[in-house]
Design a protein around this ligand. Structure first.
Ligand code: RTP
Ligand code: MG
Length: 142
C-alpha cells in the first residue's frame, strides 16, 4: 500500500468542545502522522473556496456559515492508505448513521456540525492540502 497524504479539518463544533487532543490521538493510534497543522479562523472567502464543489447544494450557505462560526484546526495527515483510513475513522457524514467508535459517532451532533472533514479522493486530497499548506510547511516523514 502506498503512503498517502490527506487533509483533515477539526470543525468549529469539535474545537469548541475541546476535543482536538482526543481526535489527534485517534489519528496517531491508527497510523496517521500529523505532518502539518494550523489553527485558523476561516474567512467567508476561504470557506467558500474550500467547499466550492458544493456551491450549488442547498446547504452551501449554512455550511459556510458554520465553518466560519469559530476556529478550526487544519492538518495534513500522512500514512499508508491515509485517505481511506481517515474516512473510516471519521464515520458517516450523518452522525446518527456513523458506526460506533467513529469520531462522528462520538463527537458530532448533526449532519452539519459533524466534527471533522476528510478528503474523499486522491484528487481532492492534493487540492485540499495545497489549499492550506505550502510545500515548505509540510514536515513529511514518509
Ligand atoms: P466533509 O466533506 O466535511 O468531510 O464531509 P462528507 O464528505 O462526509 O460530506 P459532504 O457530502 O462532502 O458534505 C460536506 C459537508 O457539508 C455539510 N452537509 N450538510 N445539511 C445537509 O444536508 C448537509 N449535507 C452535508 C456537512 O458538514 C458535510 O460534512
Ligand atoms: Mg466531502
Amino acid at each position: 500500500m502506498a503512503v498517502e497524504r490527506t487533509l483533515s479539518i477539526i470543525k468549529p463544533d469539535a474545537v469548541a468542545k475541546n476535543a482536538i487532543g482526543e481526535i489527534y490521538a485517534r489519528f496517531e493510534k491508527n497510523g496517521l502522522r500529523i505532518v502539518a497543522a494550523k489553527m485558523m479562523q476561516l474567512s467567508q472567502a476561504q470557506a467558500e473556496g474550500f467547499y466550492a464543489e458544493h456551491k450549488e447544494r442547498p446547504f452551501f450557505n449554512d455550511l459556510v456559515g458554520f465553518m466560519t462560526s469559530g476556529p478550526v484546526m487544519v492538518q495534513a495527515l500522512e500514512g499508508e492508505n491515509a485517505i481511506a483510513t481517515n474516512r473510516e475513522l471519521m464515520g458517516a457524514t450523518d452522525p446518527q448513521k456513523a458506526d460506533a467508535g467513529t469520531i462522528r459517532a462520538d463527537f458530532a451532533q448533526s449532519v452539519e456540525a459533524n466534527a471533522v472533514h476528510g478528503s474523499d479522493s486522491s484528487e481532492s486530497a492534493a487540492r485540499e492540502v495545497a489549499f492550506f499548506f505550502e510545500d515548505g510547511e509540510i514536515c513529511s516523514r514518509g
